[in-house]
Design a protein around this ligand. Structure first.
Ligand code: ADP
Ligand code: MG
Length: 608
């Protein structure tokens, strides 16, 4: 019948391109890697509009003659694999000779290249996979590849691109990864004419600080371990500088950035007992291992890797991280007897080498303990509930509900609190300092105190934001959070956003001082809030104003709500219950999680 047809080549190329080129940052990654592979010493990345209009990489590497220049755009054209043996040896890099072909299939590409020993170079122009031009030109030795109008011929993809800021964030991530992998090379990044980074050849620590700011240096501890199987080196963060946000965690295997939840958990294990809830320390950890022991998923954009002996890598990584922390007296309370796999035969360096800040890791540290915070804001955690609120509770409990409770089949129909009961107290108790238990005729109610309070506060903040902004609380002494330069920059860029939440302050020579904070937040909560907000600024923020208000209200509510682990007295419990059941939707948190469950008599009976 002849209904099967070969796809036209340009369509085949576009499909393959989809694998390699997902967004501007993927182009950046491929071009930077090619420049490094070409032995360049200086690599310059020029970007316009988050890569939507231009991504250009200029290098001073070996360059190509006219034949190679042309060949480099052919699918499966690579100079890096000559035999199947090579394929085995350098599979660590994942060469497939596909990147340039894929990029050219979905963009306008202009390459200028010249080997150092030639007088003339080559210019090639390709648009959507079609060769438009090839000619001899005067050009500097090395290679420049300019990629314009990415996805011009794949409208669905082009539409899918995020705002220039978001795409730029991804580009910066890729740039940083390559820059951190090769501290000995010079990298420059220019966006819309502004030089964002100029990284001079240096050692690893200098490279890290030139990417993340000088403050990073005192936050890091060196880490070193060498076994027959693997060499591990780099830096890991002191526990007190761990942050709520991710973004400063890097693993490199044989100079290639990888992601690994498994190895991350090894590092986190080493920090056990040293970090406040949900904090993640920065780390820059490099592995060197014989390629035959690893298997890189050869999919071009994947950054995953498999070690043939993962378990060993996990243990060595955990032990060496632990040792890095221990060597610098980060763990006064550590019980080494419980860690038999640690080998402490190695001489422990005395700590005079680096300026050693005083670190007090309090083993009894309890992030929930209150009382240490200066009460900047006098607003009580819960206001006294109105009679109306208590009545609401009763009404709510009487209304037929079914969706949210385990007791799906049973309608909650019986009268729950009699009128007399409402006048009095709602009887309750707190369990594990986490749940509030109360009861009605139909069942036992278990309320998640943190979630319930988040839901209550959310409504309040949301109302305030919808009406304008959160009221501010002026501070007598400015609050000076420990921020990186890049974070201060983010705050300044998003000044109006911060101000709407009631925060205001200014940058004084690289130190940011908050002079006013949102009313209702304690100082310690403000820090959490700021960190949390900064962390989400690098993600996709809602554009719609109402969505934005919800987003901010939720962040504020999460920062200021009572924690699990916090003791509540009976008044506070009663108020929380009453306020919760005055909400339009008491069942769920703003993000859709369950605030409470009801165990009905029927269900309880079934359990007996
Ligand atoms: P791969 O990197 O997997 O080999 P690419 O499509 O990225 O595949 O590149 C194809 C070939 O083009 C490379 O193998 C290399 O020979 C050549 N090439 C690409 N970029 C450069 C560059 N910046 N300098 C010199 N040669 C390059
Ligand atoms: Mg390549």
């Amino acid at each position: 019948m002849g209904i099967i047809r070969l796809l036209p080549e340009h369509i085949a190329n576009q499909i393959a391109a989809g694998e390699v080129v997902q967004r501007p940052a993927s182009v950046v990654k491929e071009l930077l890697e090619n420049a490094v592979d070409a032995g360049a010493k200086h690599i310059k990345l020029i970007v316009k509009d988050g890569g939507k209009s231009l991504i250009q990489v200029i290098d001073d590497g070996i360059g190509m003659d006219e034949t190679d220049a042309r060949m480099s755009f052919e699918r499966h054209a690579t100079s890096k694999i000559k035999s199947s043996e090579d394929l085995f040896r350098i599979k660590t890099k994942g060469f497939r000779g596909e990147a340039l072909a894929s990029i050219a299939a979905v963009a306008h590409v202009e390459m200028k290249t010249r080997p150092h020993d030639r007088e003339l170079g080559t210019l090639i122009k390709i648009e959507g996979g079609e060769f438009k031009l090839q000619e001899a030109i005067q050009t500097a030795p090395g290679t420049s590849v300019a990629v314009k109008n990415l996805f011009f011929n794949v409208p669905a993809r082009r539409k899918f691109l995020k705002s220039p800021q978001v795409e730029m964030r991804h580009i910066i991530d890729e740039f940083q990864r390559v820059a951190l992998a090769y501290p000995e090379l010079e990298f420059t990044l220019i966006h819309n004419g502004n030089e964002l980074y100029r990284l001079f050849p240096s050692n690893l620590l200098r490279r890290i600080t030139s990417v993340f700011g000088n403050k990073m240096e005192e936050r890091l501890l060196p880490l070193n371990e060498e076994t027959e199987y693997i060499k591990i080196y780099g830096y890991t963060g002191k526990p007190e500088f761990a942050k709520l946000k991710r973004g400063e965690q890097f693993f490199f295997v044989n100079k290639r950035f990888i992601k690994s939840p498994y190895l991350h958990s090894a590092v986190m294990k080493a920090y056990e007992g040293l970090l406040r809830e949900k904090r993640i320390p920065p780390y820059f950890i490099y592995f060197e291992i014989e390629p035959e022991h690893i298997d890189i998923n050869i999919h071009p954009t994947k950054t995953e890797i498999k070690f043939d002996d993962e378990y060993t890598v996990y243990n060595i990584l955990r032990a060496s991280t632990r040792r890095a922390l221990g060597q610098f007296n980060q763990m006064p309370s550590l019980d080494f007897d419980t860690m038999p796999e640690l080998n402490f035969d190695k001489p422990v360096k005395s700590s005079g080498i680096r300026r050693e800040p005083k670190i007090n890791v309090d083993p009894a540290f309890n992030p929930f303990k209150t009382g240490t915070d200066k009460p900047f804001v006098s607003k009580p955690a819960f206001e006294k509930p109105s009679r109306k609120a208590i009545e609401n509770f009763s009404e709510f409990m009487q209304a037929p509900k079914n969706d949210f409770f385990p007791a799906k089949e049973e309608k909650i129909s019986a009268e729950i609190f009699s009128k007399e009961e409402i006048k009095g107290d709602i009887e309750s108790m707190q369990w594990l300092d986490k749940y509030i238990l109360t009861h009605t005729r139909t069942g036992i109610i278990m309320i998640n105190q943190h979630r319930a309070h988040v839901s209550i506060l959310f409504e309040e903040y949301y109302k305030n934001l919808s009406a304008g902004k959160i009221p501010s609380q002026q501070l007598m002494f400015p609050l000076i959070p420990d921020l990186l330069d890049s974070e201060i920059e983010l705050i300044e860029k998003n000044k109006t956003l911060f101000e709407r939440t009631g925060l205001s302050g200014e940058n004084e020579g690289g130190t940011f001082r908050f002079t006013a904070i949102p009313a209702g937040l304690k100082e310690s909560q403000v820090l959490d809030f700021v960190e949390n907000l900064i962390a989400s600024l690098s993600e996709d923020l809602p554009i719609d104003r109402d969505d934005m208000n919800r987003f901010l209200a939720l962040k504020l509510a999460m920062a200021s709500a009572v924690r699990n682990g916090q003791k509540l007295n009976s008044d506070e419990r009663q108020n929380l219950i009453a306020q919760l059941f005055s909400l339009p939707e008491p069942e769920l948190t703003p993000s859709g999680k369950r605030n409470f469950i009801i165990l009905s008599e029927n269900q309880i009976e079934k359990l007996f």
